[in-house]
Design a protein around this ligand. Structure first.
Ligand code: PRX
Length: 635
């Protein structure tokens, strides 16, 4: 079909206009020509942003793994589906063909069936970036189980709260994981977490690092011996288009993490179609996204999007700095990577290193560079463009979210002229709107406001697991008939969008979404702490870092402050994970509050950012005197 692969700007505008004028026809055409459906849909779209209720391709039946694997076997059985690049560069990379992927997914699916997993059951996957991770997702999808991947950097408490929220019956994990020169005791974390998870009946354990671990009788089993005995054939479970495919947790500005639910048909169509266009993927290309499959980027653009297009996708187990800061470029050279997709925080960290790490490698295979997860600053954009893209590989700055399932605002490479720091134009089917404080749509260009989306797209999350009210409150109640993203954006004179950052209490640190509330809850658990407020402040590599203002109880005031800082960060590591540790902790006598008792984070944010020239009117505060003390003692 002509509009599956957009190749020039005029075509983009034509396709875009059609996607807005006749969204149902537009998506129907994409869905009908490029996928394998067991039954056609009765209706393309039903939607109501008030309820909210969104259904795409209702009545259709499919299995996403038939689309990602089986249908490629006849022509591409021997083609590499996944290149696995291990943590240690001395270890050999593994090339998994589509046929091998098929067999391994079916074996894993059969093991899961044997252990009693059925359609609709939830399976938690807590694995490092090894092939079994991608295979586990696909095995769940094969049998209609709903996967819930938890990033393997989260703590045992974070893991157990996610397992309990969706009542997972099974956990798939490994004895441990490699991370650069370190190894991590993953199974120990799982054991701790599972002490409070009554729903879990079975734990499948991958042998990755060969460490001595505890295996709980009747619950834990080594996976490999079961896989060796399992059949490589497993008939796919036939799913309805709106059956849940997976749950993925994301931080909210308040309370516990939100289990975003993505369904099968629309998610498949959208991730496949965006992958093809945003990376201009051509048959034979090698594509590498450096994200972890524990995040949405890995779900959509390491696993489902690439495989639905029969692509070759690289999975990297390690970290950019091991064994040295040249590792990414070594991998690009070694596997002749054509499309490279990473995060601004990685670019900033790599840009600080000696340029010989880059110049010693042959990067001539690169055609398209991508950026995702946070705003990319001008300096990082230019470094990427000058040194990695060498002015010939366009940068696609892709804006999207866990909730959106796929890329929403992005240049299309070789089609959309790029502009540093701008995500540029909406992808076909995406109708952005900027809203003002009064809830009105801001018309025209050279404006800024809060970013909303006016019309549903196939990969939008359908609900929050077990809490539809929260889904409604978070995304659909701020503005009438709009999906609210939580981001601010500006639109320039030609209609290009630039995402300026979160407008709520979510802080993006090294590209990871962190809600301030759960971190404050962890800090407040410390017996010496009376109350706390967490804000973000600019950091040259992480984008934002965390600044904690902590008021101590009287009993805590005599304690050594450095010890307290360590204990507070340890609590955060235990409750959430090391990614949420505070860079700075300032002890304060009080926190600035409104007369209704709300902490004035705006003021604290400014002080943390050393921007105290314009704090606004503080006289209406309940305790204005504390502001000067906080400034005087700021770090
Ligand atoms: O604030 C935006 C930022 O990341 C948020 C979504 O985070 P998460 O759900 O973890 O998904 C990250 C990967 C898709 C957004 O609300 N964000 C993501 N991409 C960009 C971005 N901010 C600016 N520019 C981007 N390209």
């Amino acid at each position: 079909m002509s509009n599956y692969h957009i190749k020039h700007l005029e075509e983009y505008y034509q396709v875009y206009r059609k996607s807005v004028r006749e969204p149902e026809n537009f998506w129907e055409e994409v869905a009908e020509e490029h996928f394998m459906w067991r039954k056609r849909w009765d209706k393309v779209l039903t939607w109501d942003f008030k309820k909210p209720e969104i259904k795409w391709f209702e009545g259709a039946q499919l299995n996403i793994t038939e689309n990602c694997i089986d249908r490629h076997l006849r022509t591409k059985g021997d083609k590499t589906a996944i290149i696995f690049e291990p943590n240690n560069p001395e270890d050999e990379a593994e090339h998994i063909s589509y046929q091998q992927l098929h067999d391994r997914v079916c074996q894993m699916a059969n093991v899961m069936i044997d252990k009693g997993i059925k359609k609709g059951d939830r399976v938690c996957i807590y694995l490092p970036m090894i092939p079994e991770l991608a295979i586990s997702l696909l095995a769940c999808a094969r049998i209609g189980a709903i996967h819930s991947v938890v990033f393997a950097g989260f703590s045992s408490k974070a893991l157990s709260s996610r397992i309990n929220d969706s009542e997972c019956k099974m956990v798939i994990t490994s004895d441990g994981s490699y991370r650069g020169a370190k190894s991590i005791d993953l199974k120990g974390i799982v054991d701790d977490g599972l002490e409070s998870c009554p729903s879990v009946e079975n734990v499948l354990v991958v042998n990755r690092i060969g460490s001595e671990i505890n295996m709980k009788e009747g619950r834990d089993v080594w996976l490999q011996p079961l896989l060796d005995k399992a059949s490589p054939i497993c008939e796919p479970e036939i799913m309805n288009a709106e059956d849940p495919l997976f749950i993925l947790y994301t931080s909210g500005s308040t309370g516990k993490p939100k289990g975003m639910v993505h369904t099968t048909g629309g998610y498949m169509v959208y991730t496949a179609y965006t992958f093809k266009n945003v990376f201009q993927y051509q048959d034979g290309d090698v594509y590498w996204c450096t994200a972890d499959i524990g995040w949405i980027t890995g779900h959509s653009y390491i696993v489902y999007g690439p495989l639905a297009n029969g692509a070759t996708t690289v999975m990297f187990e390690g970290v950019p700095q091991y064994p040295d800061f040249g590792r990414f470029w070594e991998i690009v050279e070694k596997h002749k990577v054509n499309q490279f997709y990473t995060a601004p925080t990685a670019i900033r960290a790599l840009a600080k290193q000696n340029i010989s790490f880059v110049n010693d490698r042959d990067l001539s295979s690169l055609k398209v560079l991508g950026s995702v997860g946070e705003p990319i600053n001008e300096e990082a954009w230019h470094w990427y463009n000058d040194n990695i893209g060498k002015h010939k590989s366009p940068i696609v700055d892709t804006w999207w979210q866990t909730e959106t399932g796929g890329i929403m605002i992005t240049p299309i490479p070789f089609v959309t002229p790029t502009k540093p720091t701008y995500a540029t134009l909406p992808f076909p089917g995406i109708q952005p709107a900027l809203m003002d404080e009064n809830g009105e749509v801001i018309k025209g260009n050279q404006v800024d406001g809060r970013l909303c989306i006016k019309f549903p797209w196939p990969a939008i999350a359908r609900t929050i697991w077990g809490n539809h009210e929260r889904y409604k409150d978070t995304y659909f109640s701020a503005y009438d008939n709009m999906y609210f993203t939580g981001d601010g954006a500006l639109r320039d004179e030609v209609g290009y969008y630039r995402i300026t950052g979160r407008v709520d209490d979510v802080i993006i640190v090294s590209g990871h979404n962190l809600g301030t509330a759960p971190i404050e809850d962890a800090v407040n658990e410390h017996p010496a702490v009376a109350e706390s407020a967490i804000v973000g402040f600019p950091h040259d590599v992480k984008g934002n870092a965390l600044y904690g203002y902590v008021t101590l109880k009287e009993t805590g005031e005599s304690r050594d402050q450095n010890n307290l800082r360590k204990e507070i960060n340890q609590l955060i590591t235990d409750r959430i994970g090391p990614i949420a540790k505070l860079d700075k902790i300032q002890f304060t006598d009080g926190l600035p509050k409104t007369r209704s008792g709300k902490i004035m984070r705006r003021i604290l944010r400014k002080i943390a950012s050393k921007d105290i020239s314009n704090l606004g009117d503080t006289s209406t505060l309940l305790n204005p005197e504390c502001v000067q003390d906080i400034i005087d003692e700021s770090l």
